[in-house]
Ligand binder design. Structure first.
Ligand SMILES: *Cc1c(COP(=O)(O)O)cnc(C)c1O
Length: 356
């Protein structure tokens, strides 16, 4: 049974599924894609009738503006299946709001809400066999928009393509993650695009991250571009510090992405009676806390890894390793979040969104 979208979507289903060729026990993140793709083009001042079709390439004119000026934004979310076959999204309204906020900053037109939700729901039901039950499994959903007009003057495109593609994912245990607090490069500046999921933000992080990798750090914690004295976020995750029994995370602003996982952790901390301060965090404060043993945990929060514990950090030639903790806050937040996402446990804030 296929979901009946509440707006018009042209649907062409795949004649054959690729799912038989997939080894779901050994999936590399983001390398395998499901049978269908959602696409919607913008031209003549309007989003055209969306379509869902068999997954496969599309062709673009080499003059498409996205290739020249990077006019592109994206989102990252996940779909989950419970033991009864129910399909769920987690706070998708936040992702919908955010992609349009990102789009606005890059002069990309708003995408309609019904196309977003009806397109995603229909796509997820067509590819529902790709969503495996079990807390370790999910389907990563990647909506994005690119500027497609063939015109290489530096100006906003008059044509766009909105796409939703899906990729099965296992919970990933990234191993030990050690981070460096960045001292010279910057990810985002005041008045810039740091708050947006703009494609170029990620390209600009690869080189500094490679340099950090050569020094034994898997990721960078970005500091404020003006002084490099305040900790902001990781490249694809917001960041939390536990000092004593208290959590600290940086406030969001135009340099920091307003993560759904971050705001969920802040709410869960309140529910669990864990104090959480949202305020600027000095590099020196965290180094001092590490030296005097008060720094208990650092973890990242983002859709892909949910909660990602960080085992140590480097700054200014010093390195610090954190002791492994039983019953860490990181593990508590992770199991609570993953439970809610998979329709286990109560959902007091109505974060779950039923797809079928
Ligand atoms: C996507 C992203 C996050 C995490 O956001 P979620 O909504 O929790 O997935 C954090 N920082 C950056 C820079 C991101 O791109």
């Amino acid at each position: 049974m296929i979901y009946e979208p509440k707006c018009k979507i042209d649907i062409e289903t795949a004649s054959e599924s690729k799912i038989g060729q997939v080894d779901f026990e050994h999936i590399e993140f983001g390398k395998i894609f499901t049978d269908h793709l959602f696409e919607c083009d913008y031209k003549d001042g309007a989003w055209q009738t969306p379509k869902i079709r068999p997954y496969g390439p599309f062709s673009l004119d080499p003059g498409a503006r996205v290739f020249h000026y990077g006019q592109a934004v994206f989102e990252g979310m996940k779909a989950y299946k419970d033991e009864q076959g129910g399909i769920w999204l987690f706070r998708p309204d936040e992702n919908f709001r955010r992609i349009n906020k990102s789009a606005k900053r890059l002069a990309i037109p708003d995408f309609p809400e019904d196309y977003f939700f009806e397109g995603m729901k229909t796509l997820l039901q067509l590819d529902s066999d790709w969503i495996k039950p079990g807390l370790d499994n999910s389907l990563y959903v990647r909506p994005y928009v690119i500027a497609t007009e063939a015109a290489i003057a530096a100006a906003p495109s008059r044509e766009y393509k909105f796409v939703i593609m899906c990729s099965p994912a296992k919970a990933y245990y990234s191993g030990e993650v050690r981070v460096v607090f960045e001292e010279s490069f910057s990810r985002a500046a005041d008045g810039g695009v740091g708050f947006a999921k703009a494609a170029g933000n990620y390209a600009a992080q690869f080189y500094p991250t490679e340099l950090a990798g050569k020094k034994g750090f898997q990721q960078i914690i970005w500091t404020d571009a003006n002084t490099h004295e305040y900790l902001e976020e990781a490249g694809t995750m917001n960041i939390f510090f536990r000092v004593g029994d208290k959590l600290i995370t940086s406030p969001t602003n135009d340099r920091i992405l307003d993560g759904v996982t971050r705001k969920s952790v802040i709410q869960l901390a309140e529910d669990m009676g864990i104090a959480c301060e949202v305020r600027r965090i000095k590099v020196q404060e965290i180094k001092d806390a590490a030296k005097n043993g008060e720094l208990k945990e650092i973890f990242g929060a983002g859709t892909a890894a949910v909660i990602s514990p960080i085992s140590g950090f480097g700054h200014g030639g010093d390195t610090f390793e954190l002791k492994k903790l039983e019953n860490s806050y990181a593990s508590k937040f992770k199991s609570r979040l993953v439970g809610i996402q998979h329709n286990e446990g109560d959902d007091p804030h109505n974060w779950r969104y039923a797809v079928n």
